[in-house]
Design a protein around this ligand. Sequence first.
Ligand SMILES: [Zn+2]
Ligand SMILES: [Zn+2]
Length: 350
Amino acid sequence: MRWRNSSSAARTSLHAIRAASGALALFVLSAWAAAPAHAQQLVPGSLDVRWNPGAADCKTDTQPPLQVHQYEPQTYILRQNLCLSPEGNFLFLLIGEQKALLIDTGAIADAAKMPVAKTVLGLLPQRGDAKLPLLVVHTHSHTDHRDGDVQFAGLPGVEVAPFDVDGLKKFFNLPAWPGGQAQIDLGGRIVEVIPSPGHNRAHVVYYDERTGLLLTGDFFLAGRLLVEDKAADQASAARVIEFVKTRPVTWVLGTHVEVKQNWELYDLGASYHPDEHVLQLTKDDLLTLPETLAAFNGFYTTAGHFLVMDQNRVLGAMAVAALVILILVIWGLWRLWRRMRRKTAGAANA
Ligand SMILES: [Zn+2]
Ligand SMILES: [Zn+2]
């Protein structure tokens, strides 16, 4: 440059400029390094919705089978009527430019009772003569998350993904399951797939890069945390938390709500949820999961807001208790019968 060696004053200025630009470069570099690896612009959405509460007397229920809430123009949350299934499953529909993704099909196969496929297809944008192609996936293999699959079988432009571990490994190319992650590309919208066994061996968590929603299925929700494999669930919690460290999470959405606003549990199978807790939990809530699971005794534990239980062990214990009661009743009846027989024999001999 023309003024580079012209004077010592100019050199001083040059050094000052170099130092300043070096510092600026260093600042920019360190800011880049400190920024989340996935600092994408998130599309905002609304959860300003009151989910239908079901009814104390379902004979008088007039709520629709599926409640549909548009979170943002390309994201829908659907909830199944608690009177038709007390599980009250939430389903998620994410729409990309080339494909749409339905996460879970819910607890009811009968389309006349619960028109999942009809409702979802009705929400899909038109592409020429046909609807946008649809991929149907699941959070896990429990039937309340996939009984609606039959409604999608054979529909044109619809693909239903498998729900067993071997099928998932192949479908998502996850040979190191539960290690690794996969991506579903919907066209301008990537959804990350994170294996998360523990509640169920085929459990998967989904992260939507468009909205920053983390869809945690039954792995993490406002309700009972049912754990069939504690070690697997703890490892999954560690993996999911590692994953969200570098991602913005708007909300954490599970697939059921089983508590009131004050976190008091509804009875199992309750078809009426007055004063229900909101669906959405936060990233901070999720970060408490390792602590909650560490406190879990492997059978039945209340930790923080959550009731954690191994549903298989609790059911097994209930079956043993029922068997013991049955044996005691039979033994009591046998003793009573013997006593009466002795009395009758004594009276006959007298
Ligand atoms: Zn489940
Ligand atoms: Zn479930």
